[in-house]
Design a protein around this ligand. Sequence first.
Ligand code: GMZ
Ligand code: MG
Ligand code: ZN
Length: 177
Amino acid sequence: MKLIILDRDGVINQDSDAYIKSLDEWIPLPGSIDAIARLSKAGWTVAVATNQSGIGRGYYDEATLQAMHDRLRQLVAEQGGKVDLIRYCPHAPDAGCDCRKPLPGLFRQIADDLGQPLDGVPTVGDSLRDLEAGCAVGCTPYLVRTGKGANAEHKTLPAGTRVFDDLAAVVDHLLEA
Ligand SMILES: O=P(O)(O)OC[C@@H](O)[C@H]1O[C@@H](OP(=O)(O)O)[C@@H](O)[C@@H](O)[C@@H]1O
Ligand SMILES: [Mg+2]
Ligand SMILES: [Zn+2]
């Protein structure tokens, strides 16, 4: 199975330090929807692993989050692709859960859901914690410069991290191989 695991905010859609609190604030980044559709049409299984502490903090609710994910799925479907799986951590940092990145709980959920080990599976994030979570379960890390990625690029990244301008550039790379 060709599988990829994507971070959401700052990779698929614009991010904000004030959180993405409504459907109106959920704005796809240029080229991201097309990139997901291109992967999907090339036979890749596309999963999303996202921290959504704004729920635990009371900034928005699960129904609002679902509306954002319905919009994502709709836009990708309009391009002939599919988002196969979305797993999110709704917890606030002090909840002590095992699914808030950089912990790998979301990735383990995806592996269990798909019955697929994650060794070598590419994961794309804009924050160090995204990459740390994926690397903890054997993923191959890709950092994008969108969202918080331009800042993260100057941190100490997991060994082997490849850096690209955006998701579209990562997908160009993966599909040329
Ligand atoms: O990048 P992903 O994982 O898809 O989602 C990140 C968001 O849930 C939010 O995560 C928050 O981090 P804290 O949860 O407050 O540490 C902040 O970084 C916000 O700016 C950001 O919108
Ligand atoms: Mg992010
Ligand atoms: Zn959690």
